[in-house]
Design a protein around this ligand. Structure first.
Ligand SMILES: C[C@@](CO)(OP(=O)(O)O)[C@H](O)COP(=O)(O)OP(=O)(O)OC[C@H]1O[C@@H](n2ccc(N)nc2=O)[C@H](O)[C@@H]1O
Ligand SMILES: Nc1ncnc2c1ncn2[C@@H]1O[C@H](COP(=O)(O)OP(=O)(O)O)[C@@H](O)[C@H]1O
Length: 288
């Protein structure tokens, strides 16, 4: 079995510029990877079939799985005769705003490139990724990046100031399409993306904390008030910056002092079953 790591992402910023004629939203967002990861095991099949093995009850075991779709598209585009068995060891909460499915698909592309001997570059894999979902191209590279278009155009950024990330996932899943669908374009307070880029380049933790922002947050908080409560708790227990990731409902807190990580983590455990204390990975080379 050949294993590939599929880390979760958080959105440090998420801005929507306008709604496009194709129904997608034109976005400008800064994403970075954290060290909470699924593990994807791949085994070549001589019969040409694609099989998914996953025991998580929220993860589809068939063609609906994004890892399955990744293998199928890659196989068709490059006329590969071999097949693959894909084992998914799920650690990233599902439908959480952490791009777990997208990262599984991206890890499958990277892994198949190796075990099917395709010799493709990451840029070529990212091209394939855009056919699977908006977040998959980012996940092919990992690290930290500015994503534009519908999220598939990736410009690499350096690794931000290192810090801890506390993730808290309420027991509800949200549909990304629903959240975008409820966004009122004329009623948006835009985050300062340029300032966040400067904060990342200078590795300035305080400026990074002052620059976080996500225009989807208001939409999800209105639909699910328990997410707002979680945000307040995270702030109360002393995180330096608190924001919802993606379309939610996961809330993350940035903390740079190790002594405070345990306090925030323990405080939240009283409210929320799924809490994780992880590090920013931030650097794309760690995926290799
Ligand atoms: C909100 C974000 C932020 O990183 O992440 P998640 O919350 O899903 O992790 C992404 O934009 C999600 O990307 P992804 O989950 O890959 O979305 P897709 O499968 O491409 O699209 C799902 C649906 O979301 C809506 N959508 C998605 C991307 C976009 N730029 N505009 C949209 O309006 C569309 O209705 C689309 O049908
Ligand atoms: N490998 C996968 N892991 C998780 N979810 C998957 C996967 N493949 C398909 N899905 C479907 O995608 C949906 C969104 O999942 P996920 O990527 O975890 O969330 P998000 O888009 O919020 O980051 C889930 O409801 C699930 O049915």
């Amino acid at each position: 079995m050949y294993y590939v790591k599929a880390p979760a992402k958080i959105n440090l910023t998420l801005d929507v510029l306008h709604k496009r004629p194709d129904g997608y939203h034109e976005v400008e967002m800064i994403m970075t990877t954290v060290d909470l990861a699924d593990r994807i095991g791949l085994e070549v099949r001589e019969d040409g079939a694609i099989h998914i093995l996953s025991v998580d009850r929220f993860v589809p075991n068939d063609h609906r799985n994004l890892a399955y779709q990744a293998a199928k598209i890659l196989k068709e585009m490059y006329n590969v005769k071999l097949g693959v068995s894909i084992k998914i060891e799920k650690n990233i909460p599902v439908a959480a705003g952490l791009a777990g499915g997208s990262s599984d698909a991206a890890a499958t592309l990277r892994g198949l490139n190796t075990i099917w001997n395709l010799g493709l570059t990451l840029d070529e894999l990212a091209q394939v990724a855009t056919k699977i979902g908006s977040d998959v191209a980012f996940c092919v590279y990992g690290g930290t990046a500015l994503a534009t278009g519908r999220g598939e155009k990736i410009q690499k950024l350096p690794s931000p100031a290192n810090c801890w990330v506390i993730l808290a996932k309420p027991t509800l899943g949200v549909s990304t399409a629903d959240i975008y669908g409820n966004l009122k374009i004329n009623d948006i307070t835009h985050p300062n993306t340029e300032q966040m880029i400067q904060a990342i380049k200078k590795k300035d933790f305080e400026l990074m904390c002052a620059s976080v922002g996500n225009v989807l947050e208001d939409v999800t908080l209105k639909l699910y008030p328990e997410v707002a409560v979680l945000k307040e708790q995270m702030q109360k227990f002393g995180a330096d910056a608190v924001l919802m990731s993606g379309s939610g409902p996961t809330v993350f807190g940035l903390v740079n002092q190790e002594s405070r990580v345990q306090r925030v983590y323990n405080g939240l455990r009283g409210f929320c079953d799924e809490v994780y204390a992880v590090r920013l990975i931030g650097d794309r080379d760690t995926l290799a």
